[in-house]
Design a protein around this ligand. Structure first.
Ligand SMILES: [Ca+2]
Length: 486
């Protein structure tokens, strides 16, 4: 023992001598902490996996595809609720919608849980500058304490549950993305039976263009300190909007319609009626969607997506111009999926079908190569993931799990069902996605129906297997998983 102690002591003396000779600067170089990563957190609104990077033929999304070429692409990433406010409140706090209790477009999560610590707020507590540009939380329900810069007071009218004086939130003057509704009024061209908006030039008048400009300005000004920059684009959320040049990218006759296309929203035979709401909420509202107008509408969604892609490109270009690519983690994703005529539906509300829950998710670590993962992950996993990737302490009260290991190795073990929820009138639906199955229960115990799909064999979810006795055991396993979830 004495011998060992002497050896340790002499090693220590030698070490001290070494650093004394080289001085503190060398010590910092050899042992000091690495420069903290920045986070560039980009959200698109109502964007399903409708991107070139996800194998969709014909759509033009060169900038997001370029990001995918240096990212881990998640092929089975899911929103935890198919609606803006509940989804965003969930992934920004790392809690399931059934835990945040935010289940509509009007509730403010902090009113329900004043102690919530949001993802940007957590970064701020850990020494980051947190910057917001555009729609991150839902319109009118920003969380000002989350942001060092760019936050806005929450509109009290929108957040009071059951308030008889409730008014929809007014577009904000100070935030360009929220003000987009005002600027969009200028160049309306009615194409078909729904409102499709064609902008002039590069779309400089639009909130998404302005949100990118503001993000670039913030990034440039804060490039020397660790930042968490959240940029939220409202496209391709309805109304479909883009400058003319993005419509011109597409020949309307070549826009494909889905295999289960219909002119009115309806569940397929064998699926519960409640699985498709009879009324569209976003596009073709309260009217039929014949094939020619549907092609026109889908083209407009594509144009709108290409316009948003161009704004992502501007922000990524600024990242490079500022020399920040080597120390910035880039995350790009959508807040939930969408129906573009599948099962006759043109919106997102109340659907728990796979395409309505699945979102694009790209995470680019500095210096990594393109890779793709088939692991089932969920948006609530983002919070603990970004904390781990940036070396922050493990955050409290997280219902998701870090997927950092899947980013490093796309085949790493990660076996957690993605759990999604929706309210539908006085009923509700619960969905779980596993490696092999997608299971949905409508109302308590499936009182209003259930659905089971084998996605590898039936990617469009055409054949509900839940009532086939052959799959009774699988249904039993799925019920067991659901029973453990909040
Ligand atoms: Ca949305």
């Amino acid at each position: 023992m004495k011998h060992l102690a002497q050896r340790v002591a002499s090693a220590w003396i030698l070490g001290s001598l070494f650093f004394a000779l080289l001085g503190p600067a060398a010590m910092a170089q050899t042992k000091g902490p690495k420069k903290k990563y920045n986070v560039l957190f980009i959200i698109a609104d109502d964007l399903r996996t409708e991107l070139g990077a996800y194998g969709v033929e014909g759509i033009k999304t060169p900038n997001i595809d370029g990001l995918a070429a240096r990212s881990t692409r998640f092929d089975r990433a899911y929103a935890n609720y198919p609606l803006c406010n509940p989804s965003r409140s969930s992934f920004l706090t790392g809690r399931y919608p059934t835990e945040t209790k935010v289940l509509n477009s009007n509730d403010y999560f902090r009113r329900i849980d004043p102690t919530a610590v949001t993802l940007p707020q957590y970064f701020q507590k850990n020494g980051y500058v947190t910057l917001r540009s555009g729609k991150i939380f839902h319109g009118g329900i920003d969380d000002q304490v989350s942001w060092t810069e760019g936050g806005e007071p929450t509109n009290p009218n929108i957040t009071e549950r059951g308030n008889p004086n409730f008014k929809p939130s007014q577009p904000s003057q100070s935030d360009p993305a929220q003000a987009q509704a005002q600027t969009e009024g200028a160049n309306i061209a009615d194409r078909g039976s729904d409102r499709i908006i064609v902008l002039d030039g590069d779309g400089e008048s639009h909130g998404d263009y302005k949100a990118a400009t503001r993000a670039i300005e913030m990034m440039t000004r804060h490039k020397d300190q660790p930042f968490f920059l959240a940029v939220g684009f409202v496209k391709p959320h309805s109304p479909p909007t883009a400058p003319k040049k993005f419509f011109d990218l597409y020949d309307v006759n070549k826009i494909p319609l889905p295999v289960d296309f219909g002119t009115t929203p309806h569940a397929l035979p064998g699926a519960p009626d409640i699985s498709i709401s009879p009324r569209n909420a976003d596009l073709f509202i309260g009217r039929q969607s014949p094939p020619d107008l549907s092609r026109e509408m889908k083209r407009a969604y594509w144009a709108s997506t290409s316009f948003m892609d161009a704004q992502v490109g501007r922000v990524l270009e600024a990242l490079d111009k500022n020399g920040l690519r080597d120390n910035t983690i880039v995350v790009f994703f959508g807040d939930h999926g969408y129906h573009l005529g599948e099962k006759g539906k043109w919106s997102k509300a109340y659907s728990l079908y796979d395409l309505n829950l699945r979102v694009p998710l790209l995470i680019a670590m500095p210096g990594q190569k393109a890779t793709a993962s088939k692991r089932v992950v969920a948006l609530i996993d983002l919070y603990p993931t970004l904390a781990e990737l940036c070396g922050l302490p493990k955050p409290d009260r997280q219902s998701g799990e870090s997927i950092a290991r899947v980013i490093k190795n796309p085949n790493a073990d990660f076996d957690r069902p993605a759990y999604s929820y929706t309210v539908y009138g006085k009923s509700f639906g619960r969905s779980i996605e596993t490696a092999k199955w997608h299971y949905v229960e409508w109302d308590e115990g499936g009182k209003l129906g259930n659905m089971l799909y084998a996605l590898d064999d039936d990617p469009h979810e055409l054949k509900n297997l839940s009532n086939d006795p052959k799959y009774a055991k699988v249904v039993g396993e799925m019920k067991k998983i659901l029973s453990r979830l909040p």
